[in-house]
Design a protein around this ligand. Structure first.
Ligand code: PCA
Length: 330
């Protein structure tokens, strides 16, 4: 009998200890954040997002665990913005230019020849960051960082030496601004997300596109077109952003760790983009594509179209736009 009581007491103590342990861990329980991203693992953007998530985990001793779902596996690219806004997920990554119809400030990211090298792109980002942050904030979102793509060039079957060579092509578009560009080039725009590029070429829905060497490589553009004309028309960006309410629910020191990792990711990402440009342009050539420099005639005509688009944008973007441009041109 005595032995039985002893046994029970022992069990009880073990159970109590277990309860205490659970209570102790839940006080500092790790927060898990699912993070949808649009692009695949071979891109510098995704590699950088994963490094950001890892930096956050290390800096917070595992208190915030950001689980990256790359390649639009959790949400399709056009759905990521809403998913974060509505709190379905706390954090996400997306291409800025997609939001051009929500607020003209995002169109600035895809205007030809406004910023066509990395220094200009950085200056444009410095000039536009606060307007973009404000636009995001009005949707309950906080911008964490933005990272550029390599400069954008044309993928076509035939060589192009003048804009008339682009006339009548079925041009892939990835944002409202690129749709507008296609129209001004007298080509036909069709919006196609990156994962669907090979099928769209294969089915003849598109026969040309303007994008980075990165996307040319990831979609194996050489299976469909032969020429990459390196016009370097603009340097668009991806942004990583959080649901503001979800962010405020984090402990203050975790919030600081996220902001510090974001700032580090932005610096790292701008450096990675330069190397990405070199490696992926070489990748196009290695796979048999003709990587060609544009003719002066083609560049001059594209710049004229860029000037038209900048003027259209200025009308649409009003005072906010004027302030950004004044700052950029300083
Ligand atoms: N690749 C992405 C965005 C810009 C880029 O270079 C795309 O083509 O959708």
């Amino acid at each position: 009998m005595n032995i039985m009581i002893k046994k029970h007491t022992g069990l009880m103590a073990t159970a109590m200890a277990a309860v205490t342990l659970i209570a102790a861990t839940s006080a500092t329980a790790a927060t898990k954040w699912d993070m949808p991203t649009p692009y695949g693992d071979g891109y510098h953007q995704t590699i950088n997002v994963r490094a950001f998530a890892s930096d956050v985990k290390i800096a917070t001793d595992g208190e915030l665990d950001i689980v990256v779902h790359s390649g639009a596996s959790l949400f399709k690219h056009p759905e990521i913005h809403r998913a974060v806004r509505t709190g379905q997920v706390p954090i996400g990554e997306m291409f800025m230019g997609i939001l051009g119809n929500d607020d003209p400030v995002f169109k600035l990211d895809n205007i030809p020849f406004l910023a066509s090298d990395f220094d200009q792109a950085k200056a444009l980002w410095d000039a536009s960051r606060s307007a973009i942050q404000a636009s995001m904030a009005s949707n309950g979102l906080q911008l964490l960082y933005a990272v550029p793509w390599p400069p954008q060039g044309f993928y076509t079957q035939e060589a192009i030496s003048k804009i008339a060579d682009l006339k009548g092509l079925k041009m892939r578009a990835y944002s409202p601004t690129t749709s507008r560009l296609a129209v001004l080039l007298e080509s036909t725009p069709t919006t196609v997300q990156v994962p669907e590029i090979p099928q769209a070429f294969g089915a003849g829905i598109i026969n040309a596109m303007i994008t980075s060497p990165s996307t040319g490589v990831s979609s194996q553009a050489w299976d469909f077109v032969h020429h990459y004309t390196d016009v370097q028309a603009w340097i668009p960006k991806n942004m990583v952003f959080v649901n503001s309410k979800a962010f405020k629910r984090l402990d203050a020191d975790v919030q600081s760790a996220v902001l510090a990792a974001a700032s580090k990711a932005e610096t790292r990402g701008w450096e990675m983009a330069i190397e990405e440009t070199r490696v992926k342009t070489q990748g196009l050539a290695d796979n048999g594509m003709a990587v060609v420099q544009p003719t002066a005639e083609l560049q001059a005509s594209l710049k004229a179209i860029g000037a038209t688009m900048a003027a259209e944008w200025a009308t649409e973007a009003g005072d906010t736009g004027a302030a950004i441009m004044a700052d950029y041109q300083k």
